[in-house]
Each structure stands twice: as structure tokens, then as C-alpha cells.
Design a protein around this ligand. Structure first.
Ligand code: AMP
Ligand code: MG
Length: 486
């Protein structure tokens, strides 16, 4: 028996619309996340009457679940859209376990009052892409929503071509977005801005205990700023591009939220644009930290009935140093360096420039650096790094500086290698690997998908006979184009 709380449904009905789901025909499981299910005290295999399968494919809701579509607004590619909302998903309810509480959201669940011309559906391809990235990021210690399962049926929907429909159960601490606040602010419902802020503080930021209203909301805003800064520092360090950082895709708890045309970077390219539809490169990889601030400004504006302008500005000023500090620490750690020294930023930046100039694989370069020692062992260095760089002189010059720096580092070679292999993954959700797994799944073969998920769940641990998954992207993958259509 699952126990649902429906705290969001206890807010007044301006925050959502109760909504029935539209079930898939002849539903079946595509993939189940048993590890996450066990954290939620659910067994997806123990479903003799198919109640879970039906609930998670849009059929009869589980007892206690009150499905609702949340309303929100948002800045999409810089333009304010005054009403969005869950157009193809519903919040099934908040599942209570003995330790915590999680939102279960069914994505692809059919039309809602917020569908705006869309069909309310999600396709198998995009549902699996979300499943893959959610779980890959979780294993890399990047905050994000999780994926419990994907179901499909015999239904098809039209995108650029006819595609199988599917549903994903998203598990998250929260489904409140920056855009949720924007909706109430810009429609002049300031009492509801306050109500939503109080709801978020009580539920997601219980450590904020100050009662004085002005201080309370400043603390809330500062907490969101801090979590967002840490999130984006982590994206930059693992080489993750979100692709659609609209304010309706920004989580109030600092989770990676809404996976569309995201990309895990193969060849290092600071200006990488993973979303084929993003012609201006607004959400390019190196624009993400700045866009994070832009979005926090938009949130600040939406909270301006609660917080004075000077306080909003003071809080926003904390974003950049927080992000830079965390990013520097993460990059230092990727290089196996224990304590920061004055020239370290230069060391990191010159490596990134070298990778950029050589189209070097971001993930494999860091993984390969664990082999470097203060003394030169050409054989090891050859196998580990050389193939990624055409500019050998440039590489050797950088390695020279790195070796000197390693002499001034408080770890033995073995300790450093162990540390680096624990923070630099070998397996990431490369676009072409996801694509292959999805194409196989669309043809009813799930072996690739299961194999990929198993590797991504333990991304730092080298597995035998899995070289293909640890290799740089093949040339054909550079032409893969991912756009918003999902
Ligand atoms: P997204 O780009 O997925 O973040 O979605 C932006 C907005 O469009 C949200 O309000 C979604 O609910 C809505 N949306 C996206 N796809 C569909 C669809 N197929 N049917 C209805 N609404 C959709
Ligand atoms: Mg969205």
C-alpha cells in the first residue's frame, strides 16, 4: 500500500487543475528503475493485478493519488509567456516514505487545460532520453529529478514522423519552478506569490526558521541562489549542457529539471549548443552560468512583492562567487589537486583551451590524466592521452606544467589516481550511445538500454568488455541533431 500526501492539492485551486489522465492502449513496461523504486519502498515487479502498470500508463490512479496539472508561466528563450503549465503531465501526488517525501509526476499523461495546441503526449524517444540523463546525472552526483519507469502502449503520435507514445514517471523533491512564481507575480496575484513561497520554505527549506517576513523570504531566495549556483557549477564540471534553460524549466530546489535536447559533451567545445533549435546559442554550454543568473534575476523580479530591491540585488551578488568557488573546487579535484594554489585557474583554463583547439574528448582527457606522474612514462601517456590531441607540443608543454604542479601536491601517485578515477567518469550518456539504445528499444530490443543504464549507474568503475561505451564518439555522431520536439 502506497501512501500519498497531496499537499499541493491543499493549496487553492488557482495553483492547479485536477485532471484525469488518458491511458495508453495495451500498456507495457519499457524500463523499470528497481534501485529507485526500492528507495521509495515500491516493488515494480510485485504487481500481480497490474495496478502499478495501469497507474503509470495513465489508467486508474493509485488509491490516494489526486492527479493535478500545475499552472506556471516562464521566460522561454528570453520572452515572457504568461501562461504555460503542465501541458502533458500530471502530478500524481507526493509519495511518503518513512525517510522522505517525493513528488511522482506522470509525463505524457494526455491533454490538460494547459496543453495549448499540443497533444499531451510524450514519445518513447524523449521519455528514454529523460530516463537516461536523469539516472546518469544522479550517479555523477549532480542534483536532478529522477526517473522511476517508462511505459508504452500501441499508441502512436506525430512529431517529425510517426513515433510510439510513452509515459515517464518522474520522481522529484519538487515540481515548483521559477515560472510558477512568475505566473502569480505577473498576473498581479501577490498573495499567492507569498503563499507559494511559504509552501516552498516549509516543504523544501525547513531549515529557514526565521519568522520576520522580510528576512524569511530573503533567506529563501538566497538558498535558491546557492543551490542553482552549485547545480550549474556541477553541470560545467561534468560537461553537461541542459539545452532549454527557460525559467519554466528551472526547479525551485536547484535540481536539473526537464530533459529535452540536452547533451553530455563529447569533444570539448566551450560554445557547444546541444539544441538544434537554439539558433542564437542562447543556451550554449559556456552561457549556462550567465543564464543561471538571468533566470535568478527573473525569479527575483517575481519575488519583488516580498523582498526589497536592494536585498534582491545583494542576494544575487552572491551567485557568481558561489558558482566560481564550487566550479574551481570541482575542477581542481578533477586534476587530482588537493589545495588550491595561485596559478591553478590558469592551469585549468589552459587545459580547456588545449582541449578546445584539439577537439579532445572532455571526459576521456580527465580520465587519462590520472596516468600522469611527476616523472615521464611515455608508454602510459601515449595510450592514455595522446590520441586525443593533434598538437603534441602543446600537450607536452601543458603536461610539463602539470607535472611540476603535482610535485607540490599532498598525495601519492596511487592516492591521486584513486581519487581522480573516483571523480572523473569513464562512462557518460553520450548522445550516440543514447541514440543507439533508443533505436533498439523502438524496435523492441532493450538489451542496449539495460547495458547502458548499468554502466551509467557506476560511471567511475571500469567494466570488462565494454570498451565501446568508454570510447570517444564516432564521427557519425557529430551529425546527430536533437531539437525540442518531444
Ligand atoms: P518543455 O519544452 O517540455 O519544457 O515544455 C514547455 C511547455 O510546453 C510546457 O508547458 C509543456 O507542458 C508544454 N508541452 C510540451 N510538449 C507538449 C505536448 N506534446 N502537448 C502539450 N503540451 C506540451
Ligand atoms: Mg518544461
Amino acid at each position: 500500500m502506497l501512501f500519498f500526501d497531496n499537499s499541493f492539492a491543499r493549496l487553492d485551486s488557482n495553483f492547479y487543475t485536477h485532471n484525469v489522465t488518458t491511458s495508453l492502449h495495451s500498456p507495457s513496461w519499457i524500463i523499470k528503475n528497481h534501485a529507485l523504486a526500492s528507495d521509495l519502498a515500491i516493488s515494480l515487479n510485485d504487481d500481480p493485478e497490474k495496478k502499478l502498470l495501469h497507474a503509470f500508463s495513465g489508467g486508474q490512479p493509485l488509491p490516494g493519488s489526486q492527479p493535478l496539472a500545475m499552472v506556471y508561466a516562464g521566460h522561454q528563450f528570453g520572452q515572457y509567456v504568461s501562461q504555460l503549465g503542465d501541458g502533458r503531465g500530471v502530478l500524481l501526488g507526493e509519495l511518503k516514505t518513512s525517510a522522505s517525501q517525493w513528488d511522482l509526476h506522470l509525463k505524457g499523461a494526455g491533454l490538460t487545460p494547459y496543453s495549448r495546441g499540443g497533444d499531451g503526449r510524450a514519445v518513447l524517444r524523449s521519455s528514454l532520453r529523460e530516463y537516461i540523463a536523469s539516472e546518469a546525472l544522479a550517479a555523477l552526483d549532480v542534483p536532478g529529478t529522477r526517473a522511476l519507469c517508462v511505459t508504452s502502449g500501441t499508441d502512436t503520435v506525430w512529431r517529425e514522423t510517426l513515433e510510439p507514445a510513452a509515459m515517464l514517471v518522474r520522481v522529484a523533491k519538487s515540481h515548483v519552478r521559477f515560472g510558477s512564481f512568475e505566473f502569480f507575480h505577473y498576473s498581479g496575484q501577490h498573495e499567492r506569490v507569498k503563499e507559494l513561497a511559504d509552501y516552498c520554505i516549509e516543504k523544501y527549506y525547513p531549515e529557514i526558521t526565521v519568522e520576520k517576513p522580510c528576512q524569511r523570504y530573503i533567506s529563501f531566495f538566497k538558498s535558491v541562489i546557492e543551490r542553482t549556483a552549485i547545480l550549474i557549477a556541477k553541470w560545467q564540471a561534468v560537461g553537461f549542457a541542459h539545452g532549454v534553460m527557460n525559467t519554466d524549466n528551472m526547479s525551485i530546489v536547484g535540481d536539473t529539471f526537464d530533459f529535452g535536447p540536452y547533451g553530455f559533451m563529447d569533444r570539448y567545445d566551450e560554445a557547444y549548443v546541444c539544441n538544434h533549435s537554439d539558433h542564437q546559442g542562447r543556451y550554449a554550454f559556456n552561457a549556462q552560468p550567465g543564464i543561471g543568473l538571468w533566470n535568478l534575476n527573473a525569479l527575483g523580479h517575481a519575488l519583488s512583492s516580498l523582498i526589497e530591491t536592494a536585498d534582491l540585488q545583494a542576494a544575487l551578488a552572491e551567485y557568481e562567487p558561489k558558482l566560481i568557488n564550487r566550479y574551481s573546487a570541482l575542477m581542481l579535484s578533477k586534476l587530482g589537486l588537493v589545495e588550491q594554489q595561485p596559478d591553478d585557474a590558469l592551469l585549468i583554463n589552459s587545459l580547456l583551451s588545449l582541449m578546445q583547439a584539439n577537439d579532445a574528448d572532455y571526459t576521456l582527457t580527465f580520465r587519462g590524466l590520472a596516468h600522469i606522474d611527476t616523472t615521464i612514462d611515455t608508454n602510459i601517456e601515449r595510450s592514455a592521452l595522446i590520441e586525443h590531441f593533434t598538437d603534441q607540443a602543446g600537450l607536452q608543454a601543458w603536461l610539463g606544467t602539470y607535472r611540476t604542479r603535482l610535485q607540490n601536491n599532498n598525495l601519492s601517485k596511487a592516492q591521486r589516481q584513486q581519487h581522480m578515477n573516483g571523480v572523473n567518469p569513464l562512462y557518460i550518456a553520450r548522445n550516440h550511445l543514447a541514440q543507439e539504445a533508443i533505436e533498439c528499444a523502438e524496435n523492441g530490443d532493450y538489451t542496449e538500454l539495460h547495458n547502458l543504464m548499468q554502466l551509467l549507474a557506476a560511471p567511475y568503475t571500469e567494466q570488462p568488455n565494454q570498451e565501446k561505451y568508454a570510447a570517444a564518439a564516432p564521427a557519425w555522431s557529430h551529425a546527430l541533431q536533437i531539437s525540442c520536439s518531444s
